[in-house]
Design a binder for this molecule. Sequence first.
Ligand code: GLN
Length: 258
Amino acid sequence: MKLTIFHLYPDLLDLYGDRGNVLALAARCRWRGIDVEIRRISLGEEMDFSEADILFLGGGSDREQSLLVQDLSTRSSELKAAIDDGLVMLTICGGYQLLGLYYQTGDGKKIPGLGILDFYTIAGNKRLIGNVIVEMAPELLSSVSGNILRQTDGVEVFNTMVGFENHSGKTYLGSELNSLGRALRGYGNNGEDLQEGVWYKNVFGTYLHGPLLPKNPHITDLLLGLATKRKNPAYQLEILGDSLEKAAHHAVIERFLT
Ligand code: GLN
């Protein structure tokens, strides 16, 4: 098995260690003997989405967002087709916001998004900052525990996602879209409806930095499981020992939820 990860705009979108998500994906591939190629692609460079198994977009400031949306919007219909074909994507904060209809900055300027998913983001006058604990949506949990990872005795399935948020954008999902879950702590999408992130086909958007994946190995494996199954439906991800990752995950919950 070989996976190709496209890391888009790594020089522009890398807030709060978002690059660590790509490192976590690559590490969990290597530990299983899966070959992994990371392609760093930036402004003006060629990208053929049919060559990608996982596409990653990190977070960035408003300025960087408006710069690269012009670049990426020239490929939005190709990207939408790849998403509808099951491309696995993880997008964080500014990268997540880009998938939507628009981002309205604090001074009222509307930065158009790629318009691939039905949501919009409006900058509020207060930054939403802090640690976040999300109770994952049951449908999402069942894909982590059921279809993707083999259920074996002793494999603990997390029902939470932990991370750190820092954004002024407040995101409002269209009624047809699912969130990743409910914020038990923190603001999530907008600080009003308690929803966090978005989930559409194999695309996941979230406000969680941290970076997200090292402390959430079940999410890493969800992405790897979806990507490997897309290449070979019979492929089963090997279960890895997760004691350090679990300790890090539970430390956040103990510190910030109890
Ligand atoms: N510029 C966006 C906001 O503040 C995204 C920030 C980020 O990626 N952390 O909402």
